[in-house]
Design a protein around this ligand. Structure first.
Ligand SMILES: [Mn+2]
Length: 356
């Protein structure tokens, strides 16, 4: 079957209307998802592993299928195309609306290609989504057929791995790698494949900062590394960067700042898994002129608006009303302790690995 590479704007607007104009959102038909994924893949073929983006931009961390909380982000930080967005990955798994979440992000990326940017997280993977909810959700929502999962996980292989903002800030899902000191080493990776278990590509989506250590240590997650301040300082010095922006770790306050903002974590899934009770945030970056006295930031406005570095603020938010409803309904979390999943006893006894 030949699929046209261009999708008319009217058709993309129709997809957005199906998702945004209905509550609960309407699922897109499998043929539509196939066409959207095919088109986006051809567009991403020409995009480098590290995108070069500019301020102003809003940076979003893990969403994990919490569709209504994604809509909350658009309410507090503005909707595309009025606000530029960089999403740091982990769009699927855990929450109940992975299908709708990734469908919306794909449609937004195609509709506003110069305003919306998506990079890959460790959950944008066939193996991880098979175990943590997305695969099962597709089967449940598409009549037992896994085609939609296959179209979307194939698309994941095309997502870029990182971004620079104004050439000075480095954004990635997880963190740094002991096998990579130069941005050019990341640029040279063949990224069009499943995330390997180890190597630079794996480390970028799996690693975490750690204030207690120097150098690199193996991560307790079983993939990637922990890395200390000396690692970030060296990486920034060698690549003319001032900050590492990343996601990948649940933060009770919605964000974490390490080493006076040299590294920050943005976490965008409030009340994660409908039970963690945490806040979430969006990192709004207005500029990166750290030397200019005139660009001194306004005062920190409230507990909902916290400065990371001059010109950048965590806009902190709480769970949407729909998240609260799902919490009250007491549905089980995707991919872990699903009582109807056939693994009941095994997973019920297992500690829920929220950190994955
Ligand atoms: Mn992650």
């Amino acid at each position: 079957m030949t699929i046209p590479h261009r999708i008319p704007i009217s058709q993309l607007d129709h997809c957005l209307e199906q998702l945004l104009g209905n509550n609960p959102p309407k699922l897109l038909p499998p043929e539509t998802i196939q066409q959207l994924c095919h088109t986006l893949k051809t567009e991403l073929l020409g995009v480098p592993n590290i995108m070069s983006l500019q301020t102003p931009i809003a940076v979003v961390g893990d969403i994990h299928g919490q569709y209504h909380d994604l809509l909350e982000i658009f309410r507090i930080s503005g909707s595309p195309p009025n606000t530029n967005y960089l999403f740091l990955g982990d769009y699927v798994d855990r929450g109940y609306y992975s299908v709708e979440t990734i469908s919306l992000l794909i449609a937004l990326k195609l509709r506003y290609p110069d305003r919306v940017f998506l990079i890959r997280g460790n959950h944008e993977s066939r193996t991880i989504t098979t175990n943590y909810g997305f695969y099962t959700e597709v089967l449940n929502k598409y009549g037992g057929c896994a085609d939609v999962w296959a179209y979307i996980t194939d698309l994941f292989d095309y997502l870029p791995l990182a971004a620079t903002i104004d050439g000075r800030l480095f954004a990635v899902h997880g963190g740094l790698s002991p096998s990579c000191q130069q941005l050019d080493q990341i640029r040279a990776i063949d990224r069009f494949k499943e995330i390997p278990h180890d190597g630079v590509m794996a480390d970028l989506v799996w690693s975490d900062p750690d204030t207690e250590i120097m150098d690199f240590k193996l991560s307790p997650r079983g993939a990637g590394y922990l890395f200390g301040l000396d690692v970030i300082n060296k990486f920034c010095r060698e690549n003319d960067l001032v900050q590492l922006i990343r996601a990948h770790q649940l933060c009770n306050e919605g964000y974490t700042s390490y080493w006076k903002g040299k590294c920050v974590t943005v976490w965008s899934a409030p009340n994660y898994c409908y039970r963690c009770g945490n806040k979430a945030s969006v990192l709004e970056i207005h500029h990166s002129n750290y030397e200019s006295k005139e660009s001194a930031p306004p005062q920190v406005l409230s507990d909902h608006y916290v400065e990371a570095l001059p010109g950048q603020y965590f806009n902190i938010f709480e769970a949407s009303p729909e998240n609260d409803e799902d919490t009250v309904n007491g549905k089980s979390v995707n991919g872990t302790d699903d009582e109807d999943g056939g693994y009941g006893d095994f997973y019920a006894k297992k500690h829920i690995e929220y950190f994955l």
